[in-house]
Design a binder for this molecule. Structure first.
Ligand code: ADP
Ligand code: MG
Length: 291
């Protein structure tokens, strides 16, 4: 009877777009007490757009956006794509940027026409010794709306705060509510600014937030959460692979990177996060039948 109910459960899950890559995943899911989500691309659509550009006095909007776009053209981060798209939409001429370097978990630095640029979060500018006091209130106002502030410094001077919004997925709120109704804790893990993460978590009804997590820190974040009980982690990115492997149950979005899928026990082939709720519900039902 045991293998039969597991087979039936696995088959039912497959029709809902839930693929169990390992036979014991159905059982492990039943023991989970917390579901932790990666924010970008999992709880949010992962299609950010530039919404605001707040300049300090004495700087030109088009010039600043052209410089930032020129730098971000060499980035692979979705924030960069949003800024480049905005610069292109305005028909701005972007010069060639030189010596562009990604600073992990922080942003970019590089040079354009003899000027030194820094583009990224508050940590990036602060660590470079730049006074960001006049940008902080602008950044905070954007973060409180759930937008990611992108700060800009030119030749060591703070110049502007851009804001990029990545809308939450329409289905995310219902998925979080369903998990909480099942008595599970819900957490969010993100590299994003704490204030931005808290605003999005409040909007979604998420009770636990790990923010400003560096790419190599996601694994440690999962280990920290596991101290409270078994954790399922839902993610999609290259950076998510170690966390997927270390969680009690790793759940990868089917739309995610190959390395994420290979690190997970469960794959949501439909790309719906609601399928994670289905997976948990099915595992509970099957395991109750077996006991
Ligand atoms: P996440 O994918 O969760 O945003 P990352 O480690 O990729 O995590 O980035 C962490 C933070 O570093 C971002 O939220 C952003 O503030 C900043 N950042 C990273 N890359 C860029 C970039 N190309 N342009 C601007 N900011 C960036
Ligand atoms: Mg990410």
């Amino acid at each position: 009877a045991v293998p039969t109910s597991i087979m039936v459960g696995t088959g039912r899950a497959a029709t809902l777009g839930v693929l169990f890559r390992r036979g014991d995943a159905l059982q492990a899911l039943d023991g989970v007490r917390m579901v932790a989500f990666d924010k970008t691309g999992t709880l949010t659509e992962g299609r950010p757009a530039l919404t605001d550009l707040d300049l300090l006095p004495g700087h030109d909007e088009a010039e600043t956006l052209a410089l930032v776009g020129a730098l971000e053209r060499q980035s692979e981060h979705p924030l960069g794509a949003a800024i480049v798209a905005a610069a292109q939409a305005r028909g701005l001429q972007m010069e060639a940027a030189e010596a562009v370097e990604a600073v992990p978990g922080r942003g970019l630095r590089g040079r354009i026409g003899g000027r030194a640029l820094l583009v990224g979060n508050a940590r990036l500018l602060s660590e470079a010794g730049i006074d960001i006091a006049r940008l902080e209130p602008l950044a905070r106002a954007q973060a409180e709306k759930g937008r990611t502030p992108v700060l800009v410094a030119i030749d060591g001077v703070a110049v502007a705060a851009l804001a990029v919004a990545d809308p939450v997925r329409v289905e995310a709120r219902a998925a979080v509510a369903a998990l909480r109704d099942m008595g599970l804790e819900v957490a969010m893990i993100t590299g994003d600014t704490r204030a931005t993460a808290m605003a999005i978590a409040a909007d979604l009804g998420i009770d636990h937030v790990e923010a400003e997590v560096l790419p190599e820190g996601k694994l440690a974040a999962i280990e920290g959460l596991r101290a409270r009980g078994p954790v399922a982690f839902v993610g999609d990115g290259i950076n998510d692979a170690p966390a997927l492997a270390s969680a009690d149950v790793g759940i990868a979005m089917g739309s995610g990177t190959e390395v994420a899928i290979e690190s997970a026990e469960v794959v949501l082939s439909s790309g719906r996060i609601g399928a994670a709720v289905d997976a948990l519900a099915i595992s509970r039902k099957v395991m109750r039948n077996i006991r």
